[in-house]
Design a protein around this ligand. Structure first.
Ligand code: ASP
Length: 319
């Protein structure tokens, strides 16, 4: 009896929540194949999405994610439309659905969207024929960030299962943490959330009972394989949840002293943009344990894999 061929079973990537461990592994394996393309010395382009149209719709600021998607789309030979939210008819009062339906009339194959409203992507997916990729929705999910984080961890440690990972800082406002919680727990990693009580909602335990919660970074550090620092999201009101910046720095900043107590090969991660001197010191951000720019590099093959598997669920034409 032959085993049936794996077929990526999702039309959209709205979050990590609906993915199975097999889907996550398929995406990471496909990204590995694309990494080889990205590392070629000469032509870093494959025809996998030739004649497919991708629309990038960013309603919130983005540097890494937007550029990373655009590079990934170019490397797959897609046709790209960049929709400028500031100069669009949304600023004349058109609804998101009307804007989306007008885009749909131009027959795009994939839409990459970042939006401040959690669930905006699910709404679009109900109204549109194109595949929708979530590039961040409010404090809900940021699935490609979690995939590139997992890729970086797998590259460094050869596995995800059994890894001990602390996610530290502004848990309350972070979509990165929610996507990582889904992904890492599905893949058998052991997650500890660390932060001040006001930024660490204990309701997260209702959804992820297997996760540990700690308010004491110093106690957690020695046991961790990776420490993922989160940005304090002052634009979302983090300042109201902490008594003062000095106190936060004292207890939750990752700095050279704290690194001394960590495992020698601990991986220090950050999704960017970093608040240097606040949640992380430059010494650590640029130090030997950081994998922060590797995360950025890995974003491209990971996003290529997402675009590709949503368009070619059987994984045909693997380069
Ligand atoms: N760049 C990540 C995001 O868009 C992390 C952050 O902004 O803190 O969620």
């Amino acid at each position: 009896m032959t085993t049936p061929r794996y077929c990526f079973p999702h039309k959209h990537l709205l979050g990590i929540e609906p993915l199975s461990p097999q889907d996550i592994t398929a995406l990471l394996d496909q990204a590995e194949a694309f990494e080889e393309v990205c590392e070629r010395p000469d032509i870093k382009i494959v025809p996998a999405l030739r004649k497919r149209m991708v629309v990038n719709l960013f309603f919130e600021n983005s540097t890494r994610t937007r550029n990373s998607f655009e590079i990934a789309e170019k490397r797959l030979s897609a046709e790209i439309i960049n929709f400028d939210a500031d100069t669009s008819s949304l600023s004349k009062g058109e609804t998101l659905i009307d804007t989306a339906l007008n885009l749909e009339a131009m027959h795009p194959d994939l839409i990459v969207m970042r939006h401040s409203a959690p669930g905006a992507h699910a709404l679009l997916a109900r109204h549109m024929k194109a595949s929708i990729i979530n590039a961040g929705d409010g404090a809900h999910e940021h699935p490609t960030q979690a995939l590139l984080d997992a890729y970086t961890l797998r590259q460094r440690f050869g596995r995800l299962e059994g890894l001990k990972i602390a996610i530290v800082g502004d848990i309350r406002h972070s979509r990165v943490v929610r996507s990582n919680l889904w992904l890492l727990t599905k893949m058998g990693a052991k997650v500890t959330l660390v932060g001040p009580p006001t930024l660490l909602p204990t309701e997260l335990k209702d959804t992820w009972p297997m996760v540990d919660i700690s308010y004491d970074l110093d106690a957690v550090i020695p046991d961790m394989d990776a420490i993922m620092m989160l940005r304090a999201q002052f634009e979302r009101g983090t300042g109201q949840f902490i008594p003062g910046q000095g106190e936060y720095i004292r207890y939750y900043q990752i700095n050279a002293d704290r690194i001394k107590r960590a495992k020698k090969d601990v991986a220090i991660m950050h999704p960017g943009p970093m608040n240097r001197g606040f949640e992380i010191t430059s010494e650590v951000a640029d130090g030997p344990n950081n994998v922060i720019l590797e995360q950025v590099t890995n974003g491209v093959p990971v996003r290529m894999a997402v675009l590709y598997l949503l368009s070619n669920p059987h994984g045909e034409q693997v380069p």
